[in-house]
Design a protein around this ligand. Structure first.
Ligand SMILES: Cc1cc2nc3c(=O)[nH]c(=O)nc-3n(C[C@H](O)[C@H](O)[C@H](O)COP(=O)(O)O)c2cc1C
Length: 170
């Protein structure tokens, strides 16, 4: 069973347990790497052409505007063909209750017929939010694994939990 691990993760300022800190590696990126270490597969980072503001509060405003407008930000590169894969892990931070719009840009470009889609979301309190419902709309023809929510501030220490969950999905 071949796995694709798609992830979006923002470096720079982040909100961790009530304070804003600068981090070199995004929380979701860590989790995506834990998935690969546990079950193997191809890791693909979703990156926008236009960078989001490094400033946390400014970023939240841009993200909210995008979500309201149904934006589909342009990506630097995209996966175009899922035929080599059986399972697609979709990993991203919770932005206003769901994945960043950039994740949707990527998902809309793919044919999910017959694939298994497994969401992982890092968050600061919202859990999986409404990401599973949104994925069901965007990934027509897929079957869905059990989603995992990881508290972003604990991402560094989540390897055992992420690995056990990932192994149970594939
Ligand atoms: C634009 C933006 C919006 C966010 N909205 C939420 C939210 O609605 N609920 C929540 O629990 N956390 C929210 N957060 C916190 C992130 O989900 C959390 O810090 C996540 O772990 C960041 O992952 P990353 O480092 O991989 O980008 C938001 C963060 C940003 C930057």
């Amino acid at each position: 069973m071949k796995n694709l691990i798609l992830y979006y993760s923002r470096k720079g300022e982040n909100y961790l347990n009530g304070s804003i800190r600068s981090i070199a590696k995004g929380n979701t990126e860590r989790c995506a790497e834990f998935i690969r270490r546990a079950v193997g597969g191809d890791l693909f980072e979703i990156e926008t052409v236009k960078a989001y503001p490094a400033d946390y509060m400014a970023c939240t405003r841009v993200a909210q505007d995008e979500l309201r407008a149904g934006a589909r930000p342009e990506l630097r590169q995209m996966v175009t063909d899922l035929s080599p894969y059986d399972n697609v892990f979709v990993c991203g931070p919770c932005w206003w209750g769901t994945f960043p719009c950039a994740v949707f840009t990527q998902l809309e470009a793919l044919d999910f017929t017959g694939k298994k889609v497994i969401p992982l979301m890092t968050h600061e309190g919202s859990g999986l939010g409404r990401c599973e419902r949104d994925l069901q709309k965007l990934c027509a023809g897929a079957v869905f694994g059990k989603g995992l929510a990881v508290h972003g501030a604990d991402a560094e220490r989540s390897e055992d939990a992420v690995a056990a969950w990932a192994r149970a999905q594939v």
